[in-house]
Design a protein around this ligand. Structure first.
Ligand SMILES: [Zn+2]
Ligand SMILES: [Zn+2]
Length: 350
């Protein structure tokens, strides 16, 4: 039997988020039912609520940084039991059969992965509803173990911001002694700094604002490079082994390409929109590369969570009540959060 539960969502692209009721499917043989305790607030939530990517299905119930406790499992579920601390990230399903899925890259499923919200709901029809809600039912293959020793509130953003920055650092094999630049100090950038530091890299925070220097160092940056300072940019030219670019909007590329060493790569994880034109010579003279990266597969996400357990890494967060979500959106847009909002879901249950 389906159950009706409490959620928060938007009825159209102009509407504030408000309380609403949604349906969850009964826990099937391959499913895990989760009582949601915390849910992180990602910039993608705002883009979807406001239909910035022109693909939103309403009502939108966002939330893909879900933490909770298992309350029920189907008969085919062996990896999870009642009471386990678990997480759900950006995906709740994929075909499990295509070449991408077989290589543990469900985020690139050729049939299209099913988003945790705004995806096509294979079970109930209509579209999926995310973690701004009291519970969720998810296929066991898309449920992640959260190490019990880390703070569960701070773990929520690991499910999107964490894996988004972890995956490229691993794919490009960032290792001890590498000089790694992280551009932009927001939800993504602050995780990039923590991970690169824990991997033993020499971490340089690259930012436009000098007042972020102190915070960047507290998070694990060894140096701060102010990108507006041309002399400093020159001093660092052709010196980076790897750059993680988290800038969320279109921007000039040439100054950053100039920082890369020969054969080094800059990976974009923020700007899903047009970039400013850049000079081909910047890449050709030095065989440099620009690449993109999208979240990470389930296996890789679990590896990241296990790494966070071993190194005691979580996000820096500000906890809010569900009712304060609309104000939180405005503050995210103004970059007024250090560095991620996390909703305490008890505030929706009571
Ligand atoms: Zn996200
Ligand atoms: Zn697939």
């Amino acid at each position: 039997m389906n159950t009706t539960i409490k959620a928060y969502g938007a009825k159209d692209s102009k509407a504030d988020l408000k309380p609403l009721d949604i349906e969850r499917r009964a826990c099937g043989d391959d499913d895990v039912k989760i009582d949601i305790t915390y849910c992180g607030v990602c910039h993608s939530d705002i883009h979807t609520v406001r239909n910035d990517w022109k693909n939103s299905r309403y009502p939108v119930v966002p939330g893909h940084e879900i933490i909770g406790r298992v309350i029920e499992t189907g008969k085919n579920v062996t990896k999870f039991k009642e009471g386990d601390l678990v997480g759900v990230g950006c995906m709740v399903d994929s075909c499990q059969e295509c070449s991408a899925c077989k290589e543990d890259l469900e985020q690139f499923c050729e049939e299209g992965m099913v988003g945790t919200y705004n995806g096509k709901d294979k079970h109930l029809g209509g579209h999926t509803f995310g973690g701004y809600s009291t519970s969720v039912v998810v296929n066991k293959e898309f449920v992640l173990n959260i190490p019990e020793n880390i703070d569960e509130k701070g773990a929520a953003p690991l499910l999107c911001a964490g894996i988004t920055t972890w995956s490229p650092l691993c794919k490009w094999n960032v290792k001890e002694g590498d000089k790694v630049g992280v551009i932009g100090l927001g939800g993504l950038g602050h995780m990039g700094v923590k991970f690169a530091n824990a991997l033993g890299a020499h971490v340089v925070m690259i930012t436009t604002s000098p007042d972020k220097a102190k915070d960047a160092k507290a998070l694990g940056a060894h140096e701060v490079l102010i990108s507006k300072n041309e002399d400093d940019m020159k001093k660092h030219s052709n010196s980076f082994d790897f750059i993680l670019n988290t800038i969320p909007v279109g921007h000039e590329m040439d100054p950053y390409i100039g920082l890369l060493k020969r054969d080094a790569t800059m990976v974009l994880v923020g700007a899903v929109e047009p970039l400013k034109p850049f000079h081909g010579g910047g890449l050709i003279l030095g065989r440099k590369r620009i690449a993109g990266s999208l979240i990470g597969g389930i296996k890789e996400t679990q590896e990241m969570l296990d790494f966070c357990g071993e190194h005691n890494i979580v996000s820096d967060i500000e906890v809010i009540d569900m009712k304060d979500i609309n104000n939180a959106y405005e503050r995210i847009i103004d970059s007024d959060v250090k560095y991620r909002f996390v909703i305490d879901m008890a505030s929706l249950k009571n």
